[in-house]
Write a protein that binds this ligand. Structure first.
Ligand SMILES: Cc1cc2nc3c(=O)[nH]c(=O)nc-3n(C[C@H](O)[C@H](O)[C@H](O)COP(=O)(O)O)c2cc1C
Length: 327
């Protein structure tokens, strides 16, 4: 079957959640959250802190390869940092041309670069020379800043700059994350560039995946929020593609998810401070509410709590196993 990619999601899909989601399986590649490059040469420890997978062959514990995403606007600085990152042998180096965050855009980075296809070309051609041939060099773009007037020029510029493949999030910066995603534009991009294109945006179910492939004319799809809301989505998509029936009973999946929730919580507590750990659990549970009614009641029970011990008590009561049992 065609490829499924786990999307980069800064502030949500970090190494801990990547570990858990790729254990469930179904993804061929994960892309890290963006690492901001702004003039200085980042030390290797920055990459290893954000992407500890780089210390293990650039794979998650379940074995899924991890590409690392850089975000910046200065070609020379991006190239210098990409060369430094390449020494850690990531499974790919990806450039972000889609971030809509005001702090990033104020410095001319992320989606703002889509206003200037020539600058996209400059960035890619300079970074291309810095990335060894054996490391896939890729980019992720939105359709544009405000409209689609320059969409095709941007895609052509990235391709001419020498990227190996392209992910298209089928919305403009102005669209934010509002549905729909304009998958038909990905089909238009595919017609003008001669490289593999991966479709992205608004795939929440196996049926969305099927329709996205049909409309975008892409075989490969990247999934972001849908993967966080339903850890079994990639597996469901693969079952559907294989012509098998998909179970509609989500409560069986919830039971399978309980040890993974424990594993997530355990890793979060080891990674972040006691003040921040509850927020991370609430954040994922809130996303899971879209798929599981059980996540809703667990979220509501945990929402007012701040202390690790009281959260642990609620987790036990609701069937999430103790940490050592899960690890
Ligand atoms: C919280 C959040 C953080 C994101 N961080 C990144 C990022 O670091 N790099 C990037 O290229 N895209 C980022 N995105 C965009 C996603 O990768 C993806 O393109 C977008 O969510 C659309 O896909 P989806 O509908 O499957 O979620 C982020 C999206 C969200 C919601």
């Amino acid at each position: 079957m065609a490829k499924l990619l786990l999307a980069p999601m800064e502030g949500l899909l970090d190494n801990v959640l990547r570990d858990v989601l790729t254990r469930v399986g179904g993804y061929d590649l994960a892309v890290s959250e963006f690492i901001r490059v702004s003039g200085t040469l980042l030390p290797l420890r920055t990459y290893l802190r954000i992407c500890p997978e780089l210390g293990h062959g650039s794979r998650t514990r379940a074995g899924t390869p991890l590409a690392v995403q850089l975000l910046g606007s200065d070609p020379a600085s991006l190239a210098e940092n990409a060369a430094q990152l390449a020494t850690l042998s990531p499974a790919g180096i990806d450039l972000n041309f889609g971030c809509p965050a005001p702090t990033v855009n104020r410095h001319g980075g992320g989606a703002m670069l889509l206003a200037d296809p020539e600058h996209l070309f400059r960035i890619c051609s300079v970074v291309r020379r810095a990335v060894p041939e054996e490391i896939p060099f890729t980019a992720k773009m939105r359709l544009g800043v405000r409209d689609t007037a320059k969409t095709l020029d941007c895609a052509r510029a990235l391709a001419a700059g020498g990227i190996d493949s392209l992910v298209v999030h089928a919305r403009t910066k102005a669209d934010g994350y509002r549905p729909p995603a304009h998958w038909e534009w990905i089909a238009r991009i595919r017609e003008v560039v001669a490289l593999p294109v991966t479709a992205n945006g608004e795939v929440w179910t196996a049926d969305d995946h099927r329709r996205c492939c049909a409309v975008s004319h892409c075989d490969d799809v990247m999934i972001g929020r849908g993967a966080v809301a339903d850890p079994f989505l990639a597996r469901r998509i693969r079952l559907l593609a294989a012509g098998e029936r998909i179970a509609t009973d989500r409560s069986a999946d919830w039971q399978l998810l309980l040890p993974l929730l424990a594993l997530f919580w355990w890793q979060v507590c080891a990674k972040v401070s006691v003040q921040h750990a509850p927020g991370r659990l609430k954040q994922w549970l809130s996303a899971l509410r879209r798929t599981f009614v059980e996540a809703d009641s667990l979220f509501l029970a945990i929402r007012p709590l701040r202390g690790i011990d009281e959260i642990e008590r609620v987790l036990r009561l609701q069937g999430v196993p103790a940490l050592c049992a899960a690890a």
